[in-house]
Every structure is written in structure tokens, then in C-alpha cells.
Design a protein around this ligand. Structure first.
Ligand code: SAM
Length: 204
């Protein structure tokens, strides 16, 4: 999906994602000391804004200029400073080893763009810093609900864990997690996500 596709999706007065932070961002950062954080593919900015509210020096990148305009407006309304920058995550890497936390939430890309984007994002994590990747899991097609219905943009825990490990990280968590969601008919159902959290190893 192109930046023009996402610009079009974001061109609504309302937020298309929630204003509240992702539940796994909240749980996985509870034991971290706030420092410098980057949210890659931040969309309308809810996660980066929440991090700023928790005392992180937060920034976010996305390739949708319209999404970022909404993110800046939301940060203004909430009275926090977040540096939002326009970047294509498949070709842009943050300054090397400069963030204590880099998050990537629900970045839906096929290979090889997905691995390129994750490797670029991980390059920004400082030694001892954390990378947190959460995305729609491929098992969602058979056993979950929601998210893209095309297997090529869905994640698997093993693939992400291998990429993260081979990029110089020690895994802290690598497993599926479940979210309760409402179906259009009003029933409660379960969405399946891949969650990988890891810490950059000291370089030899
Ligand atoms: C499903 S939304 C998730 C947004 C946000 N991470 C969240 O969880 O609310 C996917 C986001 O990825 C962004 N995106 C997709 N491909 C991208 C790329 N190559 N570079 C930067 N952003 C990209 C889209 O613009 C969109 O904001």
C-alpha cells in the first residue's frame, strides 16, 4: 500500500485508530525507564503521544503526510511535544544507536520491504535499548479476526524473532498475544498479534 493510499485513508475528520495507546505498548513499557523513544510508522501518533505523556522524549515517523498532520494536531491538543517526521521506513533509518526504545506497531508490508523496514528501525536502538514489534499475526487468517486478509503482509513470531536475533538483539519476549475486539455484529472476538520485544546486545 502506497503513501497515497494511507493519505486517503487518513483524510477524515475523525481518528481512524484509537486515541488511546496500544495495550501492549502500555504493558511492555511499564518496567522501562523513560528515555528517547521512536515510533516507526506512527500513523496518527497515539502511541508516541502517550510515550511523551509518560516522560519519554518521543518522536514518530510515517510516510503519510496526512497521518502526521493529524498526529501533530493531537499532540498539540494533548499539550505534549513529539517530533513527527515524514520518512519511508523501507529506505530511511534513524540515527544509529540513538534511541532507548524503538517501536513498530502494525506496519503492514510484504517482503522484502518488511524486513528492510524492521532492520532500519532496529538500527536506531542504542546498546541496552529495547525494540518492540507488534503486528497482525498470520494465524489471524484461520483463528482470529480483523487485520489484513492477505498472508503476505501478516507476521509470524518465528520470522520476526529470527530477524531481531540476527540483528544483534537478545529476545525478551517472542510470542503471540491476543486482543479482544468487537465484530461488526457486536460480538466479542479475538485478534491474534505477533509480539517481539528484545534488547540490543553489547557489541563485541
Ligand atoms: C495499520 S497503520 C498503524 C499505525 C500505527 N502504528 C498504529 O498502530 O496506530 C500502518 C501505518 O504504516 C504506515 N506505513 C506503511 N508503509 C510505510 C512505509 N513504507 N514507511 C512509513 N510508514 C509506512 C502507514 O502510513 C500507516 O500509518
Amino acid at each position: 500500500m502506497t503513501d497515497a493510499f494511507w493519505d486517503e485513508r487518513y483524510r477524515t475528520a475523525e481518528l481512524i485508530w484509537s486515541e488511546t495507546p496500544n495495550q501492549f505498548l502500555v504493558s511492555e513499557t511499564a518496567d522501562l525507564t523513560p528515555g528517547r523513544a521512536l515510533d516507526v510508522a506512527c500513523g496518527e501518533g497515539h502511541n508516541a503521544i502517550w510515550l511523551a505523556e509518560q516522560g519519554w522524549t518521543a518522536s514518530g515517523t510515517d510516510f503519510s503526510a496526512v497521518g502526521l498532520e493529524k498526529a501533530r494536531a493531537l499532540a498539540g491538543q494533548r499539550g505534549v511535544v513529539v517530533g513527527f517526521e515524514l520518512h519511508d521506513s523501507t529506505t530511511w533509518a534513524p540515527p544509529a544507536r540513538s534511541f532507548d526504545l524503538v517501536c513498530v506497531f502494525y506496519l503492514q508490508l510484504p517482503e522484502p520491504e518488511r524486513s528492510a523496514a524492521l532492520v532500519n528501525a532496529m538500527a536506531g536502538v542504542a546498546v541496552g535499548g529495547t525494540v518492540l514489534i507488534v503486528a497482525h499475526d498470520v494465524d489471524n487468517l484461520a483463528h482470529g479476526v480483523g487485520g489484513p486478509q492477505s498472508a503476505d503482509v501478516l507476521y509470524s513470531v518465528d520470522e520476526v524473532a529470527d530477524l531481531v536475533r540476527s540483528s544483534g538483539f537478545d529476545l525478551v519476549k517472542a510470542h503471540q498475544v491476543f486482543r479482544e475486539v468487537r465484530t461488526p455484529s457486536g460480538e466479542t472476538a479475538r485478534a491474534i498479534d505477533t509480539l517481539v520485544r528484545a534488547v540490543r546486545r553489547k557489541e563485541a
